[in-house]
Design a binder for this molecule. Structure first.
Ligand code: ARG
Length: 465
């Protein structure tokens, strides 16, 4: 394309180098922002008409033209041109082509710098809402499963060694809590995303008496950005989103890891539905937990995007720099990856099939009630350190003779401590152990049911907000 067709061609005498043209263009990826770009332009034109910079007639022509262009884009009838560099210039050039003179007036009091910053904020606000909804869906299915599994006993682990019995419902509610904090972080991040750069123009504001509060209102922003230099230059909101996304992915990767372990033959705690697994091309017996594995793997790219965006911003002088064009691909990929991972999990969790016997068996094999025996001795006046020692010996005897603590004879236990009496066997059962941890935040089935009830109430309120 000769330079004359470019909106900024006036001061140039030579054509852009062909490779440079392709190298600097962003339209291949920022065309994703078309809807937001048009939304921003319609609001800008509406505001310009209100303050008398555009005639009512021009506004009407511009808005109609933009709506038609959007319809073309959505139908796939829009030819994007690399020569026109980015989504903004493509749409503006097409507008003028379509409606003539009026199209040339749209860019009054605006720059691509405030335009692009506005577009990505509009885009990200929408993505945050979609991601929030997927996250809530996952939270809701976790609550249903936790309620169903409130009485299911499994080993709780520290160091991945059997520690104490817990209920599966309690374990699921731990995942729920993590997601609740993720949800809060996302909501908080949205506040800083939802601020409008438009009106900052290139960097210093504009000589037109723009009503930025009105434009902000039209676009559903909480307020216009308070400093024009800051408005066009900082991408901290995108970094913050990537940080929220990274934390969610980190949580999903832990969730994934446990599912991967638990679906193994060695654990056998969980069965994943076939619909969420694939087989092996060589080993006929295999059923691989692909979905959790992929989610675990995808956490890497999201963490990478966080670091990429931070590095992109680091040391940038005020105000806008072309570096910022590099914010889009990592941001888009972060939002897409996160949305897909949450969706896969929300779809999969209701179909997890716990193998209650295997879980119970594993808890039973690991001397998981040893602490309960120590606590029993403490209640009978033995100092905790002495109780620890006594129980340690009981476990040793169990290991040597291949028996659980509950299978030792009373006489054998009394040889270790005469404070032990027949009622000791009540605390040595797994059921007794979990039931005894009956306080706020504890693993007792009743506490789990109560936690689910509280959580459901909060989640329902969040939905109706
Ligand atoms: N494509 C650019 C971006 O993504 C739009 C802003 C360009 N502004 C400029 N002065 N070159 O950041």
């Amino acid at each position: 394309m000769s330079n004359e067709q470019k909106p900024w061609a006036g001061r140039f005498t030579e054509a852009t180098d062909a490779f440079v043209e392709a190298f600097t263009a962003s339209v291949s990826f920022d065309q994703r922002l078309a809807r937001h770009d048009i939304q921003g332009s319609i609001a800008h034109a509406t505001m310009l008409a209100r303050i008398g910079v555009l005639s009512e007639e021009d506004r009407e022509t511009i808005v109609t033209g933009l709506r038609e262009i959007l319809a073309d884009i959505e139908r796939g009838d829009f030819v994007w041109s690399v020569e026109l560099e980015d989504v903004h210039m493509n749409i503006e050039a097409r507008l003028t082509e379509r409606i003539g003179e009026a199209g040339k007036k749209l860019h009054s009091g605006r720059s691509r710098n405030d335009q692009v910053a506005t577009d990505i904020r509009l885009y990200l606000r929408g993505e945050i809402d979609l991601i929030g909804a997927e996250l809530r869906r996952l939270q809701a299915v976790l609550l249903d499963l936790a309620e169903r599994e409130a009485d299911t006993i499994m080993p709780g682990f520290t160091h991945l060694q059997v520690a104490q019995p817990v209920t599966f419902g309690h374990h699921l509610m731990a995942w729920y809590e993590m997601l609740t904090r993720d949800q809060e972080r996302l909501k908080d991040c949205r506040k800083r995303v939802n601020v409008m750069p438009l009106g900052a123009a290139a960097l210093a504001g504009t000589t037109f008496p723009l009503d930025r509060h009105y434009t902000a209102e039209l676009l559903g922003f909480d307020r216009p950005a308070a400093n024009s230099l800051d408005a066009v230059s900082d991408r901290d909101f995108a970094i913050e989103f990537a940080a929220c996304a990274s934390l969610i992915m980190m949580h999903l990767s832990r969730f994934s890891e446990e599912l991967i372990l638990w679906t193994s033959v060695q654990f056998g705690f969980i069965d994943l539905p076939d619909a969420f697994c694939t087989g092996s091309s060589i080993m006929p017996q295999k059923k691989n937990p692909d979905v959790p594995e992929l989610v675990r793997g995808k956490s890497g790219r999201v963490f990478g995007h966080l670091l990429g965006l931070l590095t992109l911003m680091k040391s940038q002088p005020l105000a806008y720099n072309k570096d910022n064009q590099e914010d889009k691909e990592p941001l888009f990929d972060t939002a897409d990856t996160l949305k897909h991972c949450l969706r896969a999990f929300a779809d999969m969790v209701p179909h997890l099939r716990p193998n209650r016997d295997a879980m119970h068996q594993a808890a039973w094999k690991g001397y998981a009630t040893a602490t309960d025996l120590a606590d029993y001795l403490v209640r009978r006046g033995v100092a905790f350190r002495d109780a620890h020692e006594i129980v340690g010996k009981a476990v040793r005897l169990g290991i040597k003779t291949g028996r659980d603590l509950s299978q030792l004879a009373l006489a054998e236990l009394r040889q270790l401590s005469t404070t032990i009496e027949a009622d000791v066997f009540d605390v040595l059962t797994l059921e007794g152990s979990v039931k005894a941890r009956d306080h706020f935040g504890g693993t007792a089935p009743d506490q789990v049911r109560e936690a689910v009830r509280r959580a459901r109430q909060i989640l329902d309120e969040a939905v109706s907000e």
